[in-house]
Design a protein. Sequence first.
Length: 669
Amino acid sequence: MAGVLAIVTTAIKGAAVLLGTTKLWFLPTFLATLAYYHYDLFDPENRVVNEKNLRSEYDFIIIGGGSAGSVLANRLTEIPQWNVLLIEAGGDEPEIADVPILSLYLHKSKLDWKYRTQTQPTACQAMEDKRCCWTRGKVLGGSSVLNTMLYIRGNRRDFDQWEELGNKGWSYEDVLPYFKKSQDQRNPYLAKNKRHHATGGYLTVQDSPWGTPLGPAFIQAGVEMGYEHKDINGDEQTGFAFYQYTMRRGYRCSTAKAFLRPIRLRKNLHIAMWTHVTKILIDKETKRAYGVEFIRGSKKQTALASKEVILSAGTINSPQLLMLSGVGPAQHIQELGIPVIHDSPGVGQNLMDHIATPVVFLIDHPISLVIERVVNLNTALRYAYLGDGPLTSSVGLEVVAFINTKYANASDDWPDIEFMLSASSTNSDGGTQVRKAHGITQNYYDEVFGNITNLDVFGIFPMILRPKSRGYLKLGSRDPMVYPLLYHNYLTHPADIAVLREGVKTAIAFGETMAMKRFGARLHSTKVPGCKHLELYTDEYWECAIRQYTMTIYHMSGTAKMGPITDPGAVVDAELRVYGVQGLRVIDASIMPAITSGNINAPVIMIAEKGADMRKCARICVESGKPFWEDTLSTPNQDSRLNLPAIGSLVYLESNALDNAAPKVGYSL
Ligand SMILES: Cc1cc2nc3c(=O)[nH]c(=O)nc-3n(C[C@H](O)[C@H](O)[C@H](O)COP(=O)(O)OP(=O)(O)OC[C@H]3O[C@@H](n4cnc5c(N)ncnc54)[C@H](O)[C@@H]3O)c2cc1C
């Protein structure tokens, strides 16, 4: 504010000096206004610019400005000599996306690709046409603009397993610095744990500014069940905790807001919004990616990439674009008349997701998040002025628990179920937006929730953490605008239905704790359509019910998986380079070889942080044996380990890891 006043005052004084007259009385005000808006351009949190005049060639082209793409655009443009084009099919995020309680209103909006799976008999039977709705962000910031902002790193064993699968450099100890690199942990108690948390990063992680009395009760109930209250992003995962959120002062902190807005004035970054990439250009002879084809306005255009094309279009669109460009299962793409550049049978396979089913408990007290009660003018003003109040609630999700069913080895600290504990459920908005977002039929809603619409409840969503079922996707057409065909294959592996069923039973036991009974908790046990012939509380009934209202948690991943060359299903190597094509990487959720045990946005951001560093400094990171980012703030002098001049804080090597060119010494940042 002081800065604005200074600029305005200077403008007025300047005008007075220039004119020395009062004839053009409006000029000072006019100049002051201009100055004010000029200041606005330099506001670090201001919106990014949609570049109108694109160059014909860049060093890097990033396809997709989502969770991963935003991070990459930031980190690669830290090298001033590198020009980067970030292409995003959607536009900038609207203000409404900032408001945590309204996130479900973004589903099925123009910010959503609105994908739906093919009809399959194993799950989503309560949905329209028995098709699950797979919301994906079509907006700068990608799915981080529509998500519920839950910040969960996953289990250390997930990453150790990635390395055991042949992906060197992806163990927990390897990836932990990259989680911390982005993080600005605002909870001082959590931030004290410096091994696991960091402050000062681009991505704000904070506690919810507001909660219902149910939150502490959830924790208490967990303790009653024998679990500890702990930081689930800390040393151990098993236990109960208040959620940590990617939120800033009660507003959503999408990756676009976190990573792109602060660097919006970098001259070496162009962002092209409303631009749909239709193909990666790959030289048939050299098999090198050299650019992209895209549609902007209604015009087909191309841009060339002298160093690399990076595919960050997410789990559905990254494999789709690979196949459209000739990289994928040869027979399938040939059948569609697409010339094969590289036969990569794993493209579109290994599709993983987390699913849950809602378990609902009625309570006696008006303390839950009934939308028509808590969203009103008072709460809106409280939110606007203070960044506080019920509107900061992430649709009621307050507490997370990582628990073990009888199928998990409790001593492993590798739980098999996550409880998402919420002060709301499907009925809490009067059968409007949640029903629409999940795509459940009106009939199912009316039968199951009709008689408890807008009543006070709490919800438990037991989510299976490491499903064994694998889905796949394939092209429906060679036309890039036609959506790929999505086969979820949920619950096709018998272990998955067994774990989820036990998760549901544990959720019911949770509702029976003293801590929850204090609120008069009682299970909403109306039998669901399709399972009425089965006896309530039997395994058969729960298995049937899970297959009706099968909720995706929107963690699609794994469709261009990372793996060693000996794995025929691997699409990228441990440096995320596409096998069989040079100058092309995939960096997003699709590279996960196995889904992480938790919500996956934080791991995707980590993947992008690490992916960017691999391109910037692959060799120095490995050779120094020390995470690169820890060198920030080191004094400008010789880097003793490599005998390279470390200028300022960071050194990078202009190395193309593919051709092993001799490293050239880099730049200060
Ligand atoms: C509704 C919802 C709730 C979720 N809740 C959570 C949560 O609470 N916590 C959590 O950890 N995770 C959550 N997730 C998951 C998490 O947000 C995603 O896994 C993560 O954002 C995926 O990142 P990505 O970079 O792989 O893809 P995205 O973020 O989806 O980015 C892909 C980008 O590429 C663009 N794109 C695609 N194709 C093209 C093309 N042809 N041309 C140009 N651009 C293209 C897209 O428009 C998009 O912006 C949620 C996801 C959703 C959808």
